[in-house]
Design a protein around this ligand. Sequence first.
Ligand SMILES: *Cc1c(COP(=O)(O)O)cnc(C)c1O
Length: 381
Amino acid sequence: MPHDEHCHPDTLAARGLGDAEPPYYDIVPPLHLASTFERAADGGYPGGRVYARDASPAYDAAEALLCRLEQGAAAALFASGMAAATAVLLALRPGARVVAPQAMYWALRRWLIEFSTNWQITLDFYADGDELAELLGRPADLVWVETPANPTWEITDIARAADLAHAAGARLVVDSTVATPVFTRPLNLGADIVMHSATKYLNGHSDVVAGVLVARVEDELWARIKSTRASGGAILGPFEAWLLNRGLRTLFPRVRAAADSAASIAAHFEHHPAIAAVLYPGLPSHPGHDIAARQMEGGYGAMLSLRIRGGEDAARAVAARVRLFRRATSLGSVESLIEHRASVEGSGTRCPVDLLRVSVGIENVQDLINDLEQALRATAD
Ligand SMILES: *Cc1c(COP(=O)(O)O)cnc(C)c1O
């Protein structure tokens, strides 16, 4: 029995899960670069590996740790969050019915619409839990949940969605990128698969694009997903997998510090005269707060959005005037980012034009508040 069996998840992450191994007993795992593995004279594979597209030892450390953190049966790294998400959908049969949220990562929503048309998938969108319940009065194959959801941080009750999905004969997949395993464990709440853009909090340093899926059970759907990775070839490079593993070791302190700062920033600006609304699930005024308080443990994440009084021009002006926040898309890194989301998403966006999406990092929170204050003041003058 591994001696970390009864440790808390933050201990598992800090230690990178693994035990040091011979011959050098390295404190960090080695980097496995091999694309292929030697066969024995008897035709067997003594190392248990054949070819790196099928199963690379470069993934073992991060996959094992993510499996433990999400409390699943199996994990698979992918070349990106989108590669992970699309692998689930590509494992469906033509004619399947998918139920997905109105508020979700926009690139996935756009792809899903194209894919469903080409693949003869029936696709229905829900706006909230009650609409989801109504849509699941009929049989379905897959239910997608993103919580908190981009870019307004709507909260979906995972346990309720799981009950509804299973009663309709569907699997539940949760995009938990924003919640992270620090605050939510969807598999324990009844989800079948949890997905992360590991580009975000899991890696946490804006230097890797990666994705991961963790499954509650290794069933036939999981086998099809693994086959999509191996044959479709959307695999992560060994060095990116190694960097991801390094980033994971500081996951808990990074995410907790960022979420504490996000809560302070949300509270500071909630009644600010230049702000029309602060969208953050940790605020009691947020429509999803009660569910978030039940299903998120220890924090509400580090993503929030500010709706700026004065509309689109004022929002863009504030984004132009910040000095510490970096103007960039993406989220979940140690540096704070801000973006005018509607103009990033472009035509067809559902994002309000006065909205600035903020990914809070681990800088000093007073410096971040001061930076937003000076940008808001300069815009109001
Ligand atoms: C970034 C993101 C994705 C897509 O992940 P990539 O790694 O960019 O492919 C999916 N879902 C959410 C919530 C994200 O933030």
